[in-house]
Every structure is written in C-alpha cells, then in structure tokens.
Design a protein around this ligand. Structure first.
Ligand SMILES: CC(C)(COP(=O)(O)OP(=O)(O)OC[C@H]1O[C@@H](n2cnc3c(N)ncnc32)[C@H](O)[C@@H]1OP(=O)(O)O)[C@@H](O)C(=O)NCCC(=O)NCCS
Length: 163
C-alpha cells in the first residue's frame, strides 16, 4: 500500500495543480498533449488560473519525502463563464489528478473523500465534475456518490449530493 498523507492545498500549489490539469487532459493512454498546449486552452486553464482565489479549496497528497503526488480541488464558476461541468452558480466543480506512478494505490479515492468532507464543512450542498464517458474514473466517482446529470459530446457531468 502506498504511503501518503493529505494536506490542504495552499497558494504555492498553483504550479502543481496545473500539472494535474495536464494529467487530467492527457488521461488516455498515449495522450501527450504538451503542458503549454493544455494550459493555453482556456477550458483547461480555467481550473487553475489565478489560484488560489478566496473560494478555491483543495487537498494535496504528499509522499513520505514531502513531494506532491496528487491533488483534488474545487472552484466556483459563473453562468456567464461556464466550465465543462457547470451545473449552477454556487455548485463548485472539482478536478482531480494523480501522478502516473502513484495511480491505482488509493490516492484518488482518498483525495475525493477529503475534498467532499471539505466541501460539506464549507456548507456546500453539491459538488459537480465533468468526465469523458470512457474514463474509468466515472466508476470511481459513481462509487463515491456521484450521479450523471447531463451527457454531451462524449462527456458526462456528474453531481454528488453532500447532505
Ligand atoms: C482518475 C485518478 C485521479 C484516480 O486516482 P487513483 O489514485 O488512480 O485511484 P484509486 O487508486 O483511488 O482507485 C480508485 C478506483 O479506481 C480503480 N482503478 C484505478 N485505476 C484504474 C484503471 N486504470 N482502470 C480501471 N480502474 C482503475 C481502482 O481499482 C479503485 O477501485 P477499488 O477501490 O474498487 O479498487 C487517477 O488515475 C488519474 O489521475 N488519472 C489521470 C487523470 C484523470 O483521468 N483525471 C480525472 C479526469 S475527470
């Protein structure tokens, strides 16, 4: 079993969270869209630009040497500038990524649970996300209480009720 701890995300984590956006964008085996290209895409950059805004919250998994190896975070979007998994104003959207060598060892599920706890404690009623319909992560999300609320262009929007 992998040894890791989870800590709250901080303003200095912006670069690492951007790495995780790139991992999420390149989730398919063989996908190698370069970091600058992913982050030049406003749909992807929207999840990390200006990190850490007042309502941004996240959790980071760190290895025994203190290196960041995975993260999950959420951010609020407005109806005027909707994100890929936008549901409604006031429903934050999460994004998650784990470094390849650390996958399938329980970090993703632990990060999701920690983030849901944080959102619940913050008074949110729901958390949303967007996932490609063929990404195995759908099953992870479903098993953590997320359900599909919309589907279009090969992507699904999923929502978890927190209370
Ligand atoms: C999706 C991701 C965050 C999950 O994190 P993880 O640390 O690998 O997940 P976990 O180890 O907690 O595994 C969660 C479940 O998924 C399953 N799983 C993990 N990797 C899998 C794979 N490659 N294929 C199928 N199932 C897999 C596990 O078996 C586990 O289920 P279980 O608890 O019933 O055994 C991570 O794999 C990742 O960063 N992937 C690339 C980026 C990405 O797809 N982000 C999400 C975009 S919406």
């Amino acid at each position: 079993m992998a040894e890791f701890t989870i800590r709250p995300a901080a303003p200095a984590d912006g670069g690492f969270l951007a790495d995780m956006v790139v991992e999420a964008a390149n989730w398919r085996a063989g996908a190698v869209r370069p970091r600058p290209a992913v982050l030049a895409d406003s749909q992807h950059a929207a999840y990390v630009s200006g990190w850490q805004r007042p309502a941004d919250r996240g959790v980071v998994a760190v290895d025994p040497e203190g290196r960041s190896v995975g993260a999950a975070w959420y951010r609020l979007f407005g109806a005027d500038r909707p994100s890929m998994g936008f549901v409604a104003a006031g429903v934050p959207e999460l994004i998650i990524g784990v470094r390849p060598l650390w996958r399938a060892q329980g970090l993703g599920r632990a990060l999701l649970r920690a983030l849901a706890d944080d959102a619940r404690a913050g008074g949110y009623a729901r958390l949303a996300l967007s996932v490609d319909h063929d990404n195995f992560a759908r099953e992870l999300y479903r098993s953590e209480g997320f359900a599909m609320v919309a589907s279009a262009a090969g992507r699904e929007t999923m929502v978890c009720r927190l209370r």
